[in-house]
Design a binder for this molecule. Structure first.
Ligand code: DX5
Ligand code: ZN
Length: 225
């Protein structure tokens, strides 16, 4: 397996100092910055729009992994691409024409991800798997950081990993929600390639230590320990 990627979520940073949050993520040795966009409709919370992403862009050299938890994601992808997103994931539950939207994200020069909430089965995204670069499996109900991982969602990671193998595909499997030291072993064991980490990262005295611990867990799985 490739090295595990760690994507701390800026949702758990101090919103009065998002630049500092992005710098903390970069200084920790993490791989990506995960940016949770919430519209108060698809999820019961509000965060930020493309201007915040554009304003952060010059202050951080890591890839920006934008997670759209919004209705009508098709109306937003261009603005987030222009703002400097490297990856844009949207929810299968939020749009009918997901295949078209994946193409549109690609046309904007951005990697495309499809996300699913805990109650959505893998079969809902199966037809899209050959076209996406990433599948973002939500292991909590989206809207807030700091919730406990829903264990039954691990089966979906295993199932995606199996489909990827059997169909010879190469999308990444990203896992978002309740990922922390107590859950990383199971999440990586199920087949995750990217760990999104909000409260476990920003709530730690040593965020770099969280990244190292997750990577060590990933390496130990690769060795088969
Ligand atoms: C939840 C967001 C997550 C959130 C994860 O709706 O999509 O990215 O930041 O936070 P933790 O890691 O605290 O569950
Ligand atoms: Zn997220």
């Amino acid at each position: 397996m490739e090295d595990l990627l760690v994507a701390p979520s800026i949702l758990s940073a101090d919103f009065s100092d998002l630049r500092g949050g992005a710098r903390t993520i970069e200084a920790s040795g993490a791989d990506w910055v995960h940016l949770d966009v919430m519209d108060g409709r698809f999820v019961p919370n509000l965060t930020f729009g493309p201007k915040v992403v554009a304003d952060l862009r010059p202050h951080c050299g890591l890839a920006f992994d934008v997670h759209l938890m919004t209705e009508k994601p098709e109306d937003l992808v261009e603005a987030f691409a222009k703002a400097g997103a490297d990856w844009i994931s949207f929810h299968i539950e939020a749009t009918v024409h997901a295949h078209r939207l994946v193409q549109r994200i690609h046309d904007l020069g951005v990697k495309a991800g499809i996300s699913l909430v805990p109650s959505t089965p893998v079969s809902a995204v199966e037809e899209l798997l050959p076209f996406v670069d990433l599948v973002l499996v939500m292991t909590v109900n989206p809207g807030f950081g700091g919730q406990a991982l829903i264990g039954s969602c691990l089966r979906k990671i295993e199932s995606l990993s199996g489909l990827r193998r059997s169909q010879g595909l190469d999308f990444l499997i990203s896992v978002d929600g309740g990922v922390n030291r107590a859950t990383t072993e199971a999440v990586i064991g199920a087949g995750a390639d990217v760990l999104v980490m909000g409260s476990a990262f920003f709530g730690s005295q040593d965020p770099a230590g969280e990244v190292l611990a997750a990577r060590a867990q990933g390496r130990s799985k690769a060795r088969g320990n």
